[in-house]
Design a protein around this ligand. Sequence first.
Ligand code: PYC
Length: 399
Amino acid sequence: MSPEPMWRTHELKDSYDVVVIGGGVHGLATAYYLARLGITDVAVLEAKYVGFGGSGRNTAIVRSNYRTPEGIAFYDLSVKLYEQLAAELEFNVMFSQHGHLTLAHNERGVSGLVERANMNQWLEVDSRVIFPEEIQELVPELNLFGHCRFPILAALYHPPGGIIRHDAVVWAYARGVDRRGGQVHQQTEVTGIEVRGGAVEAVVTNRGRVKTRVVVNATAGYASTISRMAGVPLPIETHPLQACVTEPLKPFLNAVIVSSTLHVYVSQTDRGELVLGAEMDDYASYSLRGTLGFLEGAALHLLELFPCLANVHVLRQWAGLCDMTPDYSPIMGAAPELRGLYMTVGWGTYGFKAGPASGFLMAELIATGKTPPRLEPFALTRFAADRLVGEKAAASVSH
Ligand code: PYC
């Protein structure tokens, strides 16, 4: 007997109240929370398969230890929604909140962590600066006191941070959309957006034309391409971000470790594999190929932190696409001067951890027509108004 499908397949109708472009965590969460608010005539259109893009290619880190008040408040909501997600969607999303450590190796780095800790604490996010003795208690395998080129001076310790099973999150949201009456359409590529009289009228797909008054651009990698179809240019440059995974090891690493100087981060999954990544590729590209240069750099930097891992084998590597905005913060909200176009884009290297909060708030915006206060700072108009939300310092991996 074949198992029940997680979500059903449907003929594409010729009209929907809302069309969401992008079947990753942002698009699916938006459709799910719309349905929870009673808006169920919604189609999520995914060019490939659910989770093909950034949602299936990230390193599954969840945290809210950002730098700006706007960023901290927003990602804090996402952590809280992630904490309830397994119960909400009746699906084990394997959220391990085992803590997140950002290491500093020089005095400038330490003062950056102090600034973040102060802002986090002011907004009641659990994070504080700790020093080598305490770091060693948390992660005994870290090279804290032996010979190293970049000694570890301090860390920003963020206990609620951790990792989650990213596939489970998108599957659970897709099933949630289906159960509440929305439709998930895979292999459905948007090739055009029709606009008339200053409003969205329809989307054109490889499966036909779909009339709608509301389009949500929830894509990554192709956000600016989709937005240009509606005549709305975005200040985004797309860069690949690579990652790799090792063979499984006995559990030893009970925290996410990030080094902003070495540009490397690592966590251990429930299966024992180490997942690691480095900084973004420094040229703009849509390439999804892994490179030897990335592997060499990531391994070198990982061994600075954990010399004990010298003989561990890498099993596979991959790349995802990051849509970088000028201030490293996303663009969320309604498009200015075009009725019916909404966007949750420009997520850079922060997208996966933000999915529940962006979906929740975007759904509220679409359902009520009012921008929730937590979304306001992320409007597209902030660039022209010079009200940037500078989150580069919280990136650690994307300089
Ligand atoms: O923001 O935690 C993060 C992150 C890790 C890798 C990419 N982004």
